[in-house]
Ligand binder design. Sequence first.
Ligand code: WQD
Length: 327
Amino acid sequence: MSVLVTGGAGYIGAHVVRLLVGSGREVVVVDDLSTGAADRVGDVPLLRIDLASDEAIGDLARAIRTHDVDAVVHIAAKKQVGESMQRPAWYYRQNVGGMANLLEAVQETGVERLVFSSSAAVYGVPDATVVDESVEPAPINPYGATKLVGEWMLADAGRATGLRHTSLRYFNVAGAGWPELGDPEALNLVTIVFDRMARGLRPLVYGDTHATADGTGVRDYVHVLDLADAHLAALDQLDAPGRRHAVYNVGTGIGASVLDVIRRISEVSGVPLEPEVIAARAGDPAELVADASRIADDLGWRARHGLDEIIASAWAADRARRSRPHD
Ligand code: WQD
């Protein structure tokens, strides 16, 4: 029996793969390598499949049978909010189309368990600053919408076939479990600051008049290793008896502001940083923090790492990546 991880060559997926292998599971990775890297998956079999392609259903069904897959962790997706605003139809084709193909292959082969990588982006700009899963999802961009549609598709598949599924709504993921598995892309605050430092530029703060303690945006930063661990807890729970929920926030319940993050980066790196405040970004909530009690109660999962470990591990990974000759 093995676990199929889509997007297993990506930043988050590679952490999930490594923890699964460490727990003694057989793993097979499906990744189109559009943003992932083959050297992140170690000795695990890697199948290059674009989930949104015409051949995907057949290729996935074959992979599931060949590797005796009994559970899927579906992480592969496009994840850039700005890009999703520019190319909405393509985002739906990639993320929703990819999920549709995967679910057809899952139904065809009779796989009974699936854990899905969803996002706090499904909440949009909620009224509450601390968000539990009862808050009505209201995504404000196509990226968030594709994640919400993915949750609905799973619910429908579950009703039709008895598929057991869990959607994990990730908050702000950062850090690295191993220096070689750091986030190579400058798409989120921590890695964007590193990228600007490397180019001799000051960190940018998107607005300092938000309704927060220091006026800058507050988010719930969760260590990628803790997040990966939540996938293992979710998989285990799919085999446990009793009533459970279909969606879980994955966060720490603790908020950190943009200035908190930049200050910490300065301390960890030893580089003095003087942030430059620019206009607030359109659509940014002032504060978005997870109520993480449901996942603690049902799955027994809690974040073990705080902001200090997130920044320290992300910085170590960034140093390692920049000192590798091929980068
Ligand atoms: C964090 C805070 C910014 C950059 C997004 C997606 C979400 C998920 C994670 C998934 C905000 C501020 C940022 C900078 C800044 N995506 N900021 N200067 O927007 O909370 O969430 O990424 O894969 O779906 O919406 O994350 O890291 O962009 O921003 O001041 O240079 O940092 O305004 O307050 P966000 P982020």
